[in-house]
Design a protein around this ligand. Sequence first.
Ligand SMILES: *Cc1c(COP(=O)(O)O)cnc(C)c1O
Length: 462
Amino acid sequence: MSTRGRSPALGFADVLLSGPAPDGGLYVPEQTPPLPPLPGPGPADASAGLYRELAARVMAPFMAGAVTADRLAAMVGEAYDAFDEPDVCKLTALDDDHHLLELYHGPTGAFKDVALQLVGRLFDHELGARDRQAVIVGATSGDTGSAAMEAVRDRDRIDIVMLHPHGRTSEIQRRQMTTLDAPNVWAVAIDGTFDDCQDLVKAMFADEALRAEANLAAVNSINWARVMAQVVYYVWAWARLGGQRAPTFCVPTGNFGNVYAGHVARRMGLPTDRLIAASNANDIISRFIETGELAAEPVAATLSPSMDIQISSNLERLLFELFDGDGAATAELVSQFRRRGRAALDPDRHRRLTSALDGDRLGDSETLEAMRRVWESSGVLVDPHTAVGVGVAERRRRPGELVVTLATAHPAKFPDAVAAATGVVPEPPPALAGLADRPERCVRLPNDLAAVAELVRSVSRQ
Ligand SMILES: *Cc1c(COP(=O)(O)O)cnc(C)c1O
């Protein structure tokens, strides 16, 4: 159902294939299922198949009726074959009670692979069931583009057209998109800014004829299936740590999708002490937790660009809960915020927010500091996004608390910041090695709707 309460409820498969609800809200499940019985600490815990097994069990209740258990297990298996850790993710101890949950062992070195590798397959499966083709269109300023392209490469029923602002992404980020050798992926450099790219995508979705002709689809972070797939690694981390203690999770936060998945895991019954949202200088979430007021500020460029966001879309899902499922009240708060740049919770709801979530922020110099400290004390290299999480976790942890900080990108994706902080240039994982030598393939287009729509029509196999 929609967080604004004015669109009909849809089944899982329809939610998967649609973007936001027609009333502008985001889809959430009508009920949060409890966690299914989990394999306790024991032989299963030591097996490399734990992640895949948990994934199939944790996600199944959300998909009942849409995907059979066998098909889901098969898709989970395929999705995670391309990861360079046998059990998909990895826990690395920084000290006895502080662990990194490394989510970056997928094909593009960012945590977004964990959800998108599965969602790409779910898309293909559902399009197959309907005998349709689709063109996924999106705009990216960084990691999402390559993770989405990598997730649908070589899929039978999907083509993907990903716009990025020409000359405004990092060299690694651009190469990750332009060197991808698959017949159904199109990296497009637009002569304009990231906002221009986003406006082009919105305009394409608003063009009913194009939308129908090419069967346009989106895989951005408001897609419920991505949140669902992210719940799994919270459960996995808890199980891998012995399943006895309730950990605190500290999550580097941008669009609020990742930390919201942790919240869903807790609502499903995962033993969790605290959830901490870690922000960079773009700290709207931590200010919201402190004051109960959402107040937008201009976006500042930081060392952790994937968190340079002021309007965190997924927050609407948490607001909907704070308003006890009242879509009209949620819509009112969100529209007030969009109109005036500010909106406040009443004291009671603010109290409920602070019991669900803790938050703090780290500036760029503190981020470099955190990277250096982790390197010196534990011999571990972390990227600037992860460093924001680690620094916040260190500052907020209480004596005796078990803390898990989510590591969201491989350090080799941000070699300049890592080298500046530690003096060490991180070794690229197999997925990123050789990027500089691969041929680039990219379409360059003016900031012009007709030109982009023409490309989308030409790649559509519908
Ligand atoms: C996308 C991203 C984030 C932010 O995650 P959200 O789910 O948007 O809060 C943090 N770190 C990295 C490396 C990312 O790519």
